[in-house]
Design a protein around this ligand. Structure first.
Ligand code: ZN
Length: 171
C-alpha cells in the first residue's frame, strides 16, 4: 500500500495517483490561442497551459505539469473538465473546487468529478496551493484572453500572487 498522503482516503489516493502517473491533457498544442505558465515556489511545482478557443469556448487544451503528485493530478483532472467550456464556466468550477479545499460545500449543480478525490487536501493547507496552481494559471490566461485579447498574460502566474489580495493602489 502506498504510504503517501495518509490524509487521503485509500480509494481517493488511487484516483490521485492514477492521474499523477497518466496525466490527461499532457500533449503539445501547436499555435494555441492562449497560453500561460504557473509556478508554485513553495513546493517547486510548474505548469504550462495552452488552449485553442472557438467562439468563446475551449476547443482543445494542453496542460503540462511538473511537480508533486497533488499538483500534477489536479492539472490532469482540470484537463478533463475543459473541452467545450467558457471562461466563466471554468471560473465557476474553480470557485467550487477552491471552496471544497477550504471546507465549504460544493454548490448544487456543480459536478467536480474526480476532483472530489482531492478533498482531503483541505487538511494540508500548504498543499492547497499545489492543488490550485494549474487552475489559477488557466484562469489568468482566460481572463487575459477575454479582457485584452492577448495571447498570454504579461507575467507568469504564481501561487504567491494569487494567495494575496490585490495591492492597494496609492492614494
Ligand atoms: Zn506541490
Amino acid at each position: 500500500m502506498d504510504s503517501r498522503f495518509p490524509e487521503l482516503d485509500a480509494l481517493y489516493r488511487e484516483v490521485v495517483l492514477d492521474h499523477y502517473r497518466k496525466p490527461r491533457g499532457r500533449k503539445d498544442l501547436s499555435d494555441p490561442d492562449v497560453e500561460n505558465q504557473g509556478l508554485n515556489p513553495v513546493c517547486g511545482d510548474e505548469v504550462r497551459v495552452a488552449l485553442k478557443m472557438k467562439d468563446g469556448h475551449i476547443q482543445d487544451a494542453a496542460i503540462q505539469s511538473r511537480g508533486c503528485a497533488i499538483s500534477v493530478a489536479s492539472g490532469s483532472m482540470l484537463a478533463e473538465h475543459l473541452i467545450g467550456k467558457t471562461g466563466p464556466e471554468v471560473e465557476r468550477l474553480l470557485e467550487a473546487f477552491r471552496g471544497m479545499l477550504h471546507g465549504r460545500e460544493v454548490p448544487e449543480g456543480v459536478d467536480l468529478g474526480d476532483l472530489e478525490a482531492l478533498e482531503g487536501v483541505r487538511h494540508l493547507p500548504v498543499r492547497v496551493k499545489c492543488a490550485l496552481l494549474a487552475w489559477t494559471t488557466l484562469r489568468d490566461a482566460l481572463r487575459t484572453f477575454d479582457e485584452s485579447g492577448a495571447h498570454r498574460p504579461s507575467s507568469p502566474s504564481t501561487t504567491e500572487h494569487t494567495a494575496l489580495p490585490p495591492p492597494v493602489p496609492p492614494e
